[in-house]
Design a protein around this ligand. Structure first.
Ligand SMILES: [Zn+2]
Length: 270
């Protein structure tokens, strides 16, 4: 049986809210609209519609570009909420200077999107996302920013990797052979590692680098120099860990790998 909507219900259906948001993902929708995945300051991840955003004259246009931090006015819709106004707070212009930086930013955005649930407010995650994009836009060492981000993101989501003890027997690690297991959530001593994570050894220097990046809470590249070999090891260990938590390889991670491979070939040919 139908009944007339009360004034309160009409008010609620037309409710508008203002929030700060970062665009994680966007997809074309209908003729000229865009479907945006946002990470907001007070509502966590949400999906909204930006009507007419693909039209050249759209007022939303550049304010709903990928990775832009904006203040948005959003109207609650029946199915999807709709962005009605958007003003850029930070455009993080440096993120778009090279393909490699875009690829790093898309990796950061993919992890945030894939590992968070919708409408679960988490201010520290929003803050981490902003700090990471700001750091990526300003530094030439995007790699270490991404490593710090992975570690701090995993930590915040309850997957802080163990890097000081053996995850199996709980003994403190001693310099020498160390193993790293993604399914077990961190480092293993030689005895446990040989049986539980064969072939997954990691250097002491790589473990130290991971500890440093995890424990200082900043996403800015550290003052200490970290060599190329240690960077590769740290990246592989964290990629395995992220893939384990995600239950698939991050797509943008594969893109990043192939891009770097191509760049290496270009410079190698000279
Ligand atoms: Zn052990």
């Amino acid at each position: 049986m139908k009944r007339a909507a009360s004034a309160g219900e009409i008010m609620r259906s037309e409710r508008v809210y203002r929030t700060e948001a970062v665009v994680l993902r966007r997809a074309d929708f209908g003729e000229a609209d865009r479907l945006l995945t946002l990470f907001t300051v007070d509502r966590g991840k949400i999906r909204v519609l930006a009507k007419g955003a693909r039209r050249a004259k759209s007022r939303l246009g550049g304010n709903v570009e990928l990775y832009v931090h904006s203040s948005m006015l959003i109207a609650q819709g029946r199915n999807l909420d709709i962005v009605t106004q958007s003003e850029t707070i930070h455009s993080f212009i440096g993120l778009r200077e090279s393909l490699l930086q875009i690829a790093q930013a898309s990796y950061v955005a993919e992890l945030m999107d894939a590992l968070t649930a919708e409408r679960a407010p988490d201010y520290p995650l929003f803050d981490l996302l902003l700090r990471t994009f700001a750091a990526l836009a300003e530094t030439s060492d995007a790699e270490l920013v991404s490593r710090s981000y992975e570690l701090l993101l995993l930590d915040r989501l309850g997957y802080r990797p163990e890097l000081r003890r053996c995850v199996h027997c709980r003994e403190s690690l001693t310099p020498g052979r160390i193993f790293f297991s993604a399914p077990l959530g961190g480092t293993l001593c030689p005895t446990c590692g040989e049986t539980r994570a064969p072939g997954m050894s990691i250097s002491v220097d790589a473990v130290k680098a991971l500890r440093l990046l995890l424990e200082r809470e900043s996403v800015l590249p550290p003052a200490v120099k970290i060599g190329a070999g240690v960077r590769r090891e740290a990246e592989h260990a964290l990629r395995r860990y992220v893939t384990y938590v995600l239950e698939r390889e991050p797509r943008s991670g594969q893109f990043l790998d192939s891009l770097r491979h191509e760049l290496l070939q270009v410079t190698g040919d000279r």
